[in-house]
Design a protein. Sequence first.
Length: 117
Amino acid sequence: MHLRTYINDKLAVFLNLVVILLGVFASLLVILRIDTTQSVAIIRNNTTLGLAGFEKASTVSLYQFALIALILVAGNSYLAARVHGIKRGATFLVLGLTIIAEIFLIVITAAILGLHR
């Protein structure tokens, strides 16, 4: 069984823990910073249009960032566990790229939510 070797691999478990913590942090960042008192929120900025380049939608659409973080955590943790039986290095590649993606998601989420203040 490959799951047992995956759980006993300390580095893989550590990287998986980092991925889970970053995903939870990104989700909490979104949930706690959304201002639901406003009816619309800026969800995207198109810089080629200048000052009129802000795309607006309801504040509920900002919860997509929390959902993306949780999908990244669940999907890539499952993928890393499946790949571990084939090649150990591929597991670290998947988890490392997930950490980078979660950090980018946190930065982008903080920037978009910072536009609302």
